[in-house]
Design a protein around this ligand. Structure first.
Ligand code: SF4
Length: 365
């Protein structure tokens, strides 16, 4: 019978030659390989894929509304539809964003990252007009907008297909999709925590359709709540399979569950060791997705820099205190990092800072 180290060597050579791991093999990595070995393997694969560069971009987030039809148990951000500012609700449009952008003249940002709650008054026509207004006013900015859950709702509320919805949004200025809304694909977990929103198959369908019309996307996994190791592996392998088919994922973003102000708050957050294991596992299983993003807003910059040693190569982004999704759940209160600070932090981690655009092209300035 093969011993553990022989098995690990075989797995490693398969991962490094770009092969797909089977479910059992990935589960072996997830549960039986000691953290230092797992992290070391992921770090070496990261170096092979991306060298010592750490990518970053200059962006802000915009969350048009936190009023949402759905009611995900882990969400500290949402409010009931119609909730006013006195109870923490907001409903903003393109004009509000354009006013905010007055503080960011041309040349200071490259990307707008736009996601929010699913509001019944906002359909595909609203989304098209929103994007058109932004594109007309700030054509130099890449619009990375709307999760698969939002796209699903736009399509259904305007009685059309996701293919048609995405084609119209692309025409209106959409440049790429963020990866949110994936949570955990396993139906028993998704049903329990994700408030009845689009099932896994629909999330995958939206991303497949986006890739087919040349819209790149990211993918996420919300981990560290009620899911098992096997369910994480299942999630990663489903993403890997779609990437094999389309090649349209630019980056994978593991998102650690934070337990502030939501209905799963009784759950403890997972340990730093477990977090490192999830990043390393993600790097190894998704060996066909080029970038592993460390979303520093989720964990704070210090912890994020540590995750760059677990396979991460992308430290999104300057943010400028423009997102509330994680801060409302216990993440960094006012996430903001200017470009100089970003570069210094990356250098302090022993890596080479590299500004990218939204399509991961290196920007020389
Ligand atoms: S996670 Fe998204 S879809 Fe779920 S309740 Fe929060 S805003 Fe709504």
């Amino acid at each position: 019978m093969e011993n553990g180290s022989g098995r690990l060597q075989k797995l490693e050579s398969r991962v490094f030659s770009g092969e797909r791991l089977g479910e059992e093999e990935a589960l072996f990595l997830a549960t039986e390989v000691p953290t230092p070995l797992l992290v070391d393997m992921a770090d070496r694969l990261r170096r092979e894929l991306n060298g010592d560069r750490v990518f970053y971009n200059r962006n802000i987030h915009f969350e048009p509304t936190n009023q949402c039809l759905y009611d995900c148990l882990f969400c500290a951000f949402r409010r009931d539809v119609g909730t006013g500012p006195e109870k923490g609700g907001w409903l903003l449009g393109a004009d509000d964003l354009l006013r905010r952008l007055e503080a960011f003249p041309k040349g200071t940002l490259t990307e707008l990252h736009i996601t929010g709650g699913v509001h019944p008054g906002r359909n595909l026509e609203w989304a098209e007009s929103f994007l058109r207004t932004l594109r007309a006013a700030r054509p130099e900015l890449h619009l990375k907008a709307f999760t698969a859950v939002e796209i699903d709702y736009f399509a259904r509320s305007s009685r059309t297909t996701v293919e048609e919805a995405l084609a119209r949004l692309k025409e209106a200025g959409l440049g790429s999709l963020p990866g949110g809304g994936a949570e955990i694909f396993a139906p028993e977990v998704r049903r329990r925590i994700a408030g009845g929103k689009a099932p896994a198959q629909r999330w995958i369908e939206v991303h497949r359709a986006a890739h087919r019309i040349g819209l790149p996307t990211n993918a996420t996994m919300l981990y560290g709540h009620v899911e098992s190791a096997a369910q994480r592996v299942d999630h990663l392998l489903r993403l890997r399979d779609l990437q094999e088919e389309t090649g349209g994922f630019q980056a994978f973003v593991p998102l650690r569950y934070r337990n502030g102000n939501n209905r799963l708050s009784a759950l403890p957050e997972i340990s730093a060791d477990e977090e490192r294991r999830v990043f390393a596992l993600s790097r190894l299983v998704l060996n066909n997705v080029r970038h592993l993003k460390v979303y520093w807003v989720m964990s704070g910059m210090e912890r994020a820099l540590g995750l760059l040693r677990c396979g991460g190569d992308d430290l999104d982004g300057t943010i400028n205190d423009s997102t509330r999704i994680y801060s409302m759940a216990g993440g960094q209160e006012h996430p903001c990092c200017d470009e100089k600070g970003m570069r210094l932090a990356i250098e302090a981690a022993g890596r080479v800072p590299c500004e990218r655009d939204s399509l991961y092209r290196v920007l020389e300035r």
